[in-house]
Design a protein around this ligand. Structure first.
Ligand SMILES: Nc1ncnc2c1ncn2[C@@H]1O[C@H](COP(=O)(O)OP(=O)(O)O)[C@@H](O)[C@H]1O
Ligand SMILES: [Mg+2]
Length: 241
């Protein structure tokens, strides 16, 4: 049996032969409000609470405040975990496009130090979309996304990279695996989240080394957090309407 990292998401590990591969990088992709931040926060929270794996939530997107609100709304006692150095929320400041490469290397260095200091086993990057906002052309975006994903993979943590898809001309949102169409090729796995009010659905479209479930499954966000129903299915046609 290959060792697995429990995702911390209720119902999801049943679709993943027990969880993520330790050290793998997984893209969590979906439109705004589909639950990407809650999914990733729960991965960090349960990692620290139940799997004994310290984690760092790196945000470029939302102020740390938003993540606190999420945690409070679900009654997750993050303050205690922070005091115990099991969880850290790290906000990356604005990059200056002029010396982007230098600042990028400095941020990676800081993150590496934090990972070593906490012995972190889990990382979240929220989001690749916000990261790419600092770049003006497609070639730069592709180059730097490859670099970001490869640098984070070297840290040895199981990593979630959030990618926020947006409506684009000619490409329906359900056909988009990622914001820039490159992230999915560098990562080991892709989890797609959909919201067609009132229905929420999750589809694992890629997972290296895993015979993952290939169907879309309904999920709920409640006061208990993110819960996938591994036994029920959602017809993909229902998401495409
Ligand atoms: N306590 C809660 N109970 C039920 N739904 C919630 C709760 N908290 C947040 N949500 C839902 O989750 C959505 C936001 O999820 P979030 O992870 O921030 O989305 P994303 O990061 O994909 O933009 C909200 O729009 C809301 O519908
Ligand atoms: Mg978010």
């Amino acid at each position: 049996m290959v060792e697995r990292t429990p995702s911390g998401i209720t119902g999801l590990d049943d679709l993943l032969e027990g969880g993520f591969l330790p050290g793998s990088a997984v893209l969590v992709s979906g439109g705004a409000g589909t639950g990407k931040t809650i999914f990733s926060t729960q991965f960090i929270y349960n990692g620290a609470m139940t799997s004994g794996e310290p984690g760092i939530y790196i945000t470029l997107e939302e102020g740390a405040q938003n993540i606190w609100w999420n945690m409070k709304s679900f009654h997750w006692n993050i303050a205690k975990l922070q005091q115990e150095n099991l969880v850290k929320i790290y906000r990356v400041g604005m990059f200056n496009p002029k010396d982007f490469a230098l600042q990028f290397d400095e941020e990676i260095k800081k993150i590496r130090e934090m990972v070593n200091e906490m012995n972190a086993k889990r990382l979240v990057i929220d989001s690749t979309t916000a990261f790419a906002m600092f770049m003006s052309n497609d070639a730069d975006i592709r180059y730097n996304l490859f670099k970001l994903i490869n640098e984070t993979k070297k840290l040895g943590c199981t990593t979630l990279l959030i990618s926020e898809t947006r409506a684009k001309e000619g490409i329906p949102i359900w056909q988009q695996q990622s914001a820039f169409g490159v992230e999915e090729f560098v990562v080991d796995g892709v989890v797609n989240l959909y919201f067609r009010s009132p229905m929420r659905a999750l589809l694992i479209s890629k997972m290296r080394g895993t015979n993952q479930d290939k169907n879309a499954h309904p999920f709920k966000i409640t006061n208990n957090g993110f819960e996938v129903n591994p036994t029920e299915q959602v017809l993909f046609e229902a998401l495409m309407k």
